[in-house]
Design a protein around this ligand. Sequence first.
Ligand code: SF4
Length: 450
Amino acid sequence: MSIFADDIVRFSSVLKIAYNFLAGRDYLKRKKFREKKKLISVALPFSDLAFATGGIPVFPIRMETLEINKYLVYLGSASSIFGWKKVSDFLGFIKSSGISELSKTVDKIIDDAIDTINRKYNEVYDLGIESGISSDFCYGIKSLYGMHVSKGKNCDAVLNFTIRCSAYNKYLESLKTIAHPPEQVWVDIPPRDIGDASEILMDNISRAITQLENLTGITCSDNRLREHFQIGNQVKKSYKTILYEIGTSDFYPCNPATFAEILVLLNHTFQDYNSNAQRYAENMNHLVSEMKDRIKKGIGMDVSKMPKILVTPMFGGYEPEITEIIYKLGGRALYADWEMLLLLEEIDVSRNSNPIEEYAKYLMNATSNGIGCDNDTLTNSYLRNAKQMNADGLIFIQLFGCHSVSNCYAMLREKIRRELEIPTTALTFNKIGENIEQVKTRLGAFMEMF
Ligand code: SF4
């Protein structure tokens, strides 16, 4: 039985976000074929330009047929008639009614959702390897490649942002070699904010906008850009509230494993806002209200004695079992990659601002002060975030095949020892489900330090 299910079903916002993630395929088909919208493949949280130019951004795994528990399908249909709140209340009622058969079903909905995503990740990872991607790449790149082999042909374009990792940029280039490749739209981000880097970046953004406008047939005015950034700012505000105000508090609106699982869901869905920015912003806002409401009523769990363990990085791949293992060992896992890399910073939308310039500032800040192009900056980002979240410990995921981020661990450990004096450990990762016993042993030893 899932230890998460009992709580998650009571958040109708979580059910909606999970449903929209899993049921993406039908939604996207409708957009593409009925409404003639253009699908734009995105990865990492860089969906803004696709939204602002009237495209439909999609993190490509969402085009897969994801096995949705049949009850979640019913719930999806029921919600369109009764609304998600009623559906969630009903599930909560079933859960507390003690009717074990029905209760099991509710558990299964959430278990299935989480398992489905993880299973699919491993499937596209295998497909990436079978399709010839170098085995030297990390899990994240192999999976992304596999997603494009499988479903890339359904996209009209792929929106590529270069980052500090040369392997990632090489992977983006290699997308051209897949059969029926979508059009490539590039935003090259200069690695350092020196000289005329900002102007170059603004030019690159403008060029990408023109290319996307030609594709969608929709003109992207300054107002359109500002409107989208405004929605994005709402999402980021909610996300930060969940991370800081709720995530660092002593009383959670649910058990901490559930809370961590919600953070994982947000980490996945923040990449394309489940292809609908307005709906996602509303769901995020609703999630914050539901959490605060429960806390106000005293529903949830006192977590003051449970150490906060920051687990990072996860975008290149991580072992999902970590959440449950840490919980069983008395801790609470926190995931905050996008915040750490400064991708949750808001974009200035004031009337006199130039939205392209503001977007360039946002990207440049994330690149030079968050992700960084040197390990010193990147490790400072981890350190800053660990401090802000008042973390009691940090687990660093070292990925097989990562030569960019994973090799900063020695420097990070030294800085943490000097400046924070909190326990830290590294876990190696190759593929979901591999090495679980080893992860358990290492985490067991690590958690004894608290
Ligand atoms: S995990 Fe490492 S190799 Fe993979 S994309 Fe990130 S930085 Fe690059």
